[in-house]
Design a protein around this ligand. Sequence first.
Ligand code: NAD
Ligand code: UFG
Length: 339
Amino acid sequence: MEILVTGGTGYIGSHTVVELLQAGHSVVIADNLCHSDRSVLDGIRAITGQIPVFYETDCCDRAALDRLFQRHPKLDAVIHFAALKAVNESELLPLAYYANNLGALVTLLQAMQAHRVNQIVFSSSCTVYGTPGNPPVTEQSPIQPATSPYGATKQMCERILQDAVHADPSLSATALRYFNPIGAHESGLIGEKPQGVPQNLLPYVTETAAGIRRELRIFGNDYPTPDGTCIRDFIHVSDLARAHVCALEHMRHVPAGWRTYNIGTGRGTSVRELVDTFIRTTGASVPFRYEARRPGDIGQIWADPSLAERELGWKSVKTLEETLLSAWRWQQHITNLEK
Ligand code: NAD
Ligand code: UFG
């Protein structure tokens, strides 16, 4: 298949491009490079021996998308990663988040409709479940009020897709609700490159281990969990990337329509467990101290990913240890490049 990957030079997008190329698909990337850079294409080439077609294109730019679809009239499907994703930043810049995340999806869907491309896989998030009841969460767990403008954009995008599918019976849209993607490609050649101080846990851990940050602050050790720290479902980014290939394959064999799947491991790991496992498997040192809870954090969440296993034939296979080692390999790679 020929697939358009928006946001394809970003963290999850680049790993998905690798999986798509290795599965024999052709890839066209559209990314405006607001949160990634072209050097990612070199990493993709080093891993796969192939360099995907790349357009520096903003998905809110309808004319640019039209030109892209005209130049690639055989596109079969789109995987839409392009979005702004920082929860804190979305509180400060809500309009930028609504304009970009909603604007990009609506513009893309209009362009797809005009060029008769009718399959889309959308990057959603477990954030749509808000503060859920007892984990694990299934796709039937209620959608709760969003706790940030970012989370609201994911809920609204899902609604936009549902409405578009309702109005156009030839359209197929699958939303993958990611839990906590972490780690890097096993080659250590592509990975997550946070801009400035990392907001997410594992990049902060690896930067602390690399001596870039003095110490990790663990936000809260008074949650009602066995060790008092929050519990998340951390999933290796390459496992997550593979889920997109499975979702595309599945779409070809089922009637058009709207579908959602949880993409997680089905295991909860506490923040403290993650830090301890990182120290044990890498041998690196990670000084840390406990701090007050971070506002907005939920105590525990993990996925019931059994629907994805049953319908998409997908499940995560990487261990937490492999995942943490891959992140450490990537951190060492970027630290060496910056020396
Ligand atoms: P990322 O920031 O690394 O990648 C996003 C890419 O999209 C970047 O390369 C950026 O330059 C590009 N982009 C943003 N707006 C664009 C636009 N208007 N036009 C073209 N390109 C644009 O983020 P990621 O972690 O790879 O996330 C990918 C998707 O997965 C996002 O939709 C995100 O909301 C979603 N998601 C991420 C996580 C996570 O923890 N990383 C969790 C759940 C969902
Ligand atoms: N944490 C720390 N110290 C840090 C960073 C994080 O203790 O320096 C803790 C947090 O308090 C939380 C856990 O580590 O308990 C995980 O935090 P992350 O920021 O890594 O991840 P979140 O679960 O808060 O959110 C992430 C993405 C969201 C996405 C969500 C679900 O940032 O965009 O996963 O996919 F919506």
